[in-house]
Design a protein around this ligand. Structure first.
Ligand code: GLU
Length: 469
């Protein structure tokens, strides 16, 4: 370890493009990225696409787009395992030549029979070593097996869990290369991590049982194993392993749902990692504070409410201009007529403390953009009543005389008229609000009026008066 501590940290994220970038994968990527950034090291992206059938280019695109959205830039790659077959072949040859691997002719049928027999005896199915010492030559359809060390122990010095001791008698001669010539995960991951100079492997703890096999292979190949950190899994709110059942499958779906990447990154960081009671971390702070020692040993629970809370926080924190740009695609999705940027900025200023997502903000903003607003029938019935008509008419007249609307003046006029007609402030305000927005909840009334502008306010107030039965 001494030499390694001096040298540069290199981490990696090696997704298999057999599905979208999901929450668990994104968290793994983030931890590796943060660790590399904290140590001024390197973060490598590698696409593990040796499963030609299940790997899909659209998943590669989804993974890259998801990482980019989160801001997890990589310093090297993406490497594709499918383009590295020559390297794997060389390593197989070396292992075979040194007697550390061997060809095995056992047929799937024989293996299946032995597997069943072992199970029937209550034993863990394990390759029985039939071909281990036969020194068989290559043959089409033969697999290549690793000559595992089956005595003694292999210790994984996990940075999160501490030393984990594996009894080598539990291992078997696992397959390096399948009968169709394709290499297996446990083999290529070692070749790649070793040849790419990976110093720290931070990954899900579902890989713990693979680690002793991989460590033995490093040793057989004469490579120094990296440090390992196995991160506890993420559970859904029902305490079962987080899956599609619990919500979005892809990180990019959260983008579509109106989450900000800052919120997502903050949220992912806290899934299993903590720093006292602190919940809110800027990216810079995460880079400064991230430390594998602060990753917990027990599973993290996915809490959607917390994600919403963080998102509301980051919406508030985002500068108005930027938020306006972020909101535009959501306004377009609602098919609102386009509006000038300055207008969207003003809209955003009134809504940024109210909306938890950009989707919600776009919904709340309908009356700012639509010419024909929808009236909530209940609100209309309750507040657009004959009692308020004279006051609304006088408010209309007063506004027609103003050169433009400003909040202070509107408020003075509102008070004067409300008092003159002896109306409850709330009833008068709600009658105006329903006329302007169609509903009973909106940003501050005078704010809304100044954003909408004189012409629209007058038109809507007239329409509101006309709707009084
Ligand atoms: N492609 C593997 C996976 O997605 C990588 C596991 C590892 O980090 O070694 O699970």
């Amino acid at each position: 370890m001494k030499g390694r501590e001096m040298s540069k940290v290199v981490t990696r994220f090696p997704p298999s493009p057999t599905g979208h970038l999901h929450i668990g994968g994104a968290r793994t990527a983030l931890f590796n990225w943060l660790f590399a950034r904290h140590h001024h090291g390197k973060f490598v992206l590698r696409i593990e696409d040796t499963d030609r059938v299940r790997s899909k280019p659209e998943y590669v695109d989804d993974i890259l787009a998801g990482l980019k959205w989160l801001g997890l830039n990589w310093d090297e790659g993406p490497y594709f395992q499918s383009q590295r077959m020559e390297i794997y072949k060389q390593h197989i040859e070396k292992l075979l030549a040194e007697g550390k691997a061997y060809y095995c002719y056992c047929t799937p049928e024989e293996l299946e029979r032995k597997r069943k027999e072992a199970m029937a005896r209550g034993e863990k199915p394990r390759y029985d070593g039939t071909c281990r010492f036969k020194n068989l030559p290559p043959k089409p359809g033969a697999v290549v097996r690793f000559k595992s060390n089956l005595v003694g122990e292999t210790v994984v010095n996990d940075l999160i869990h501490g030393p984990i001791v594996f009894n080598n008698a539990e291992l078997d001669d696992w397959i390096l290369q399948r009968s169709d010539g394709t290499p297996t995960y446990n083999f290529v991951v070692v070749v790649d991590d070793a040849t790419m100079g990976i110093t720290h492997v931070i990954r899900g703890d579902d890989h713990i049982n693979n680690t002793p096999k991989q460590i033995q292979l490093y040793e057989a190949l004469g490579y120094e194993p990296p440090a390992f950190a196995h991160v506890p899994m993420i559970l859904g709110p029902d305490k079962t392993k987080l899956s599609k059942r619990h919500g979005a499958a892809s990180v990019l779906e959260y983008k579509e749902m109106g989450f900000l990447p800052e919120a997502m990154v903050n949220f992912l960081a806290r899934l299993g990692w903590s720093y006292g009671d602190q919940e809110i971390f800027s990216l810079q702070e995460l880079i400064e504070k991230f430390d594998i020692k602060r990753i917990g040993k027990s599973a993290a629970v996915f809490n959607q409410e917390k994600l919403l809370w963080l998102n509301a926080h980051y919406i508030k924190e985002t500068p108005d201009e930027k938020l306006a740009d972020l909101l535009v695609p959501f306004l377009e999705k609602k098919k609102y007529p386009p509006a000038p940027k300055e207008y969207v900025v003003k809209v955003v200023q009134t809504l940024k403390t109210r909306a938890k997502t950009l989707v919600e903000m776009a919904e709340m903003a309908d009356f700012y953009f639509l010419e024909d607003i929808a009236y909530d029938p209940k609100a209309e019935k309750k507040f657009l009543v004959p009692e308020v008509r004279p006051a609304l008419e006088e408010m209309l007249k007063a506004m027609q005389q103003m050169p433009s609307l400003n909040e202070e003046q509107l408020e003075q006029v509102f008070r004067a008229i409300q008092q003159k007609y002896g109306l409850k402030p709330r009833n008068f305000a709600q009658a105006i609000r329903v006329s302007l927005t169609g509903r009973t909840v909106s940003p501050g009334l005078f704010e809304v009026m100044t954003v909408l502008g004189k012409e629209r306010v007058i038109k809507r107030l007239k329409a509101g008066i006309d709707r009084i039965k």
